[in-house]
Design a protein around this ligand. Sequence first.
Ligand SMILES: Cc1ncc(COP(=O)(O)O)c(C=O)c1O
Length: 442
Amino acid sequence: MTSNSECVACVKGPLPGPKSKELLDRWHQFEANCVGYQAPVVWDHAKGVVVTDVDGNRYIDWTSGVLVTNVGHCHPKLVKAVQDACEKLLNNYDCANVPRIKAAEAVVGITPPHLDRCFFMTTGSETTEAAIRLMKRKTGRFEILGFFGGFHGRTYSAASVGGLSGTKKGYGPTMPGAIRTPYPYCYRCPFKLEPSKCDLLCLDFLNDTVRANSVGSLAGVLVEPYMGAAGFIFPPDGWLKRLETWIREHDMLFTLDEVQSSYGRTGKMWAMEWENLEPDLVCIGKGIGCGIPVSCLAARSEVIGVLGVGEMSSTVGGNPVSSAAVLAVIDIMRSENLVENSLRIGTMMKKRLEEIQEKSRILGDVRGKGLVMGLEIVKDKKTREPAPDLTRQIIHRCAENGLLIGSVGIFGNVIRVAPPLVITEKEAEESLGIMEKVLVSF
Ligand SMILES: Cc1ncc(COP(=O)(O)O)c(C=O)c1O
């Protein structure tokens, strides 16, 4: 528990606090209890990186929701833009409205030049579904290559192409033509090789995957620039560029799923910038609206242009309110240099986390770029046995000390380090202190 007056975080007693407890009991009585494990806290309000719960406890947020609130919680410019838009016009399905036109222009303006069109939707899954459909439609083929551990949403095609059993188990056959191949999860290499000696065997293995599985109808590849839900797994430098070359050699389309990696998260506006990738389609979500539900598919016009009038729509996609949010977010990111802050603070935090790793018996791996890092929790650093139970205890203890974190991972043992990009050095230091205290206590 924390109560130092110098600190941002302040938790007054064990969790859940009395009001949180009562509300959580009510919640579980009425809404299906199927979300992932979270600290027992009921959020009341938040500003920047600080969340206050219904009991008045304050926490530093390392979740950004789930990599959503990049410009900080309730940024006043974003709130104002949304309020103003609400007063003018809430919805006009499939029609032009001024914020929508400006938002499309702005998004195309910040994507690499070869992506000259976009289309607004509401969720990340909607964009990955649309990308899968488009890759099929443009090529006239039906096979889509995805990756072990890939996550592109819980809808049918997205889950089928993804490589996590949790989104598929119990729902019967997956989409015909969905093929998966290993992603370079170097800490747990599927080929049991050392990254320094493997010569990226997983890339050569793509040919084996295709030989064994394809019926000769490959339309495209859907891949994350780093795997999010699988555990913030970053491929070695150069892997994505070599993948892109392989895709081009095989006359396929390339979709990059930047639903969580975009809008400054990795220390560049787009993760694709790290290797100058030129995907045909880019899925954008989460940070584009920073809490307002909006997503977007960015595309080369010759790919998306295959669709005729009436062939793609979304009930609330491109509505004036979310479009106003898209515009405000871009404006805030630029005026507050949030991409630069993500890289600067992220680099500092990673260094400190690596030092904490030396002192901790259970922190097996620290990986990431900018303000998205994964901390892999293990029972033993030598055996690397995943420790999901310890991870849940860490989430609880961190919350009791004023730090909100979440977990991901194929084995549920990876802590997400993903604060809003507005985090200051002081807030980063304070939160790292909490993480260190908790990790070395195991
Ligand atoms: C890489 C990636 N793609 C797609 C999705 C699905 O987005 P949504 O939950 O908005 O449908 C997510 C969500 O976490 C994601 O991380």
